[in-house]
Design a protein around this ligand. Structure first.
Ligand code: F3S
Length: 394
């Protein structure tokens, strides 16, 4: 890879050890993937924040990087293993909380904005069309590439942090126009509505087509919430980082693919039935990806003046800044008076809750995937209304 004189100095250690280490990571990656140079980026989102995933070796590495590392551009974090302020209400242990705070402090020391969320685009880490960025969370990567039209590879935690410390990323993969063209056209002949059905559609496409870039037609409209659910599920089931959706996503494709696939109501119903286990629900998770303000308002109005069945635990995960607005608007009180809990900064997949519950209901196909695979819960994919009815049911 050809490096500028400044990049060579960074690689030689002139700007400190953390920047030198970061350059080593970026150059190695660039050489593996055949990048010719590093390019400037405007935004980073770093995953690998939960202490449950990092443990002591990961934290030790972060502490080393934080000794002299400072990020050069806007950088935010993926969800942590707990609500950083109200972890006690989620029954997180003191020991875990202490370690999780050490992790977030190390990131903060590097100048990273310690909002921990998988929807950075909802609260201010929002790139515009065509901007080069380095994000790690798979659902956010898919949203950034597809819905916004920004350009990012799916970074690992260390490569995203390295990109933040240098302000650059190697130019390969989805940063290049030629790698953003669709492989297959998908005609949707099914009626798809609501976050849970968009999630089910992501499962259908991911299961059928893997990580091929699709050009999707037949979706007349989709809300931000439906798209974020679709991105999360499609990235989970297919490893997809980019799709095009006619009339909805902004990028103009250069060449239409010849292969065409049709998706019918039957396909959608099959995916829905595969995520409908016969189980007693004791845990309801909403806000995957992190709930938008509109979703919090909707949930608050549905729960106002009602009581959740005390035998069921309800978590609505969201970003801290979104919760702060919900606090001011009274939505948090309406939700928490019912017994449901808003869990900011965290996610039910990276929180240490394995074994605590048995039956999970969620409107997110991604949450069902990890709830079953990682936390060993039985799962039911339901609409948001059905999840809330389930929460209230005695
Ligand atoms: Fe976000 Fe966790 Fe879902 S990171 S996309 S809430 S699994």
């Amino acid at each position: 890879m050809e490096l500028t004189p400044e990049e060579q100095e960074m690689a030689a250690g002139k700007f400190g050890k953390a920047t030198q280490k970061a350059m080593e990571i970026l150059v190695t990656l660039g050489e593996i993937y055949g990048a010719k140079r590093l390019i400037d980026i405007t935004s980073v989102q770093v995953a690998g924040v939960s202490y449950a995933n990092l443990n002591e070796p990961g934290l030790k590495w972060l502490d080393e990087m934080a000794r002299d590392g400072k990020v050069k551009i806007l950088t935010t974090l993926n969800p942590a293993g707990m609500d950083l302020e109200e972890w006690r209400k989620l029954a997180i242990s003191e020991e875990f909380a202490k370690n999780q705070i050490r992790v977030v402090d190390a990131f903060g020391k590097m100048g990273i904005i310690t909002t921990c969320s998988c929807t950075p685009y909802l609260y201010g880490n929002l790139p515009h069309f065509g901007e080069h960025i380095a994000w790690s969370e798979s659902s956010a990567v898919c949203f950034a590439n597809s819905v916004i039209g920004a350009r990012t590879n799916r970074e690992g935690g260390p490569s995203a942090l390295a990109a933040a410390l240098v302000g650059k990323t190697p130019e390969y993969g989805f940063h290049l126009e030629e790698n953003r063209q669709p492989d297959v056209r998908v005609n949707i002949k099914a009626a798809v509505q609501g976050t849970y059905q968009f999630g089910a559609l992501g499962k259908v496409l991911g299961d059928k087509l893997g990580s091929k870039i699709t050009y999707i037609t037949g979706i007349p409209k989709a809300s931000v919430e439906e798209l974020k659910s679709f991105c999360a599920s499609y990235a989970t089931y297919g490893g997809v980082a980019l799709f095009h959706m006619e009339g909805i996503t902004p990028e103009k494709v250069q060449k239409m693919p010849e292969e065409t696939v049709e998706i019918t109501n039957e396909d959608l119903n099959k995916a829905l039935s595969e995520l409908d286990e016969d189980t007693e629900i004791d845990f309801i998770s909403l806000g995957c990806p992190h709930a938008s303000l509109a979703e919090l308002e909707y949930i608050a109005k549905k729960l106002e003046g009602k009581k959740v069945n005390p035998k069921k635990e309800v978590w609505i995960t969201t970003a801290r800044p979104t919760k702060q607005i919900a606090d001011r608007m009274g939505f948090t009180k309406m939700i928490e008076d019912s017994g449901a809990k808003i869990a900011a900064d965290t996610c039910c997949v990276v929180a240490p809750i394995k074994g605590r519950f048995h039956g999970l209901a969620s409107d997110s196909a991604k949450m069902c995937y990890y709830g079953s695979g990682r936390n060993k819960f039985s799962v039911k994919l339901m609409s948001m209304d059905e999840c809330l009815e389930e929460a209230l049911k005695l």
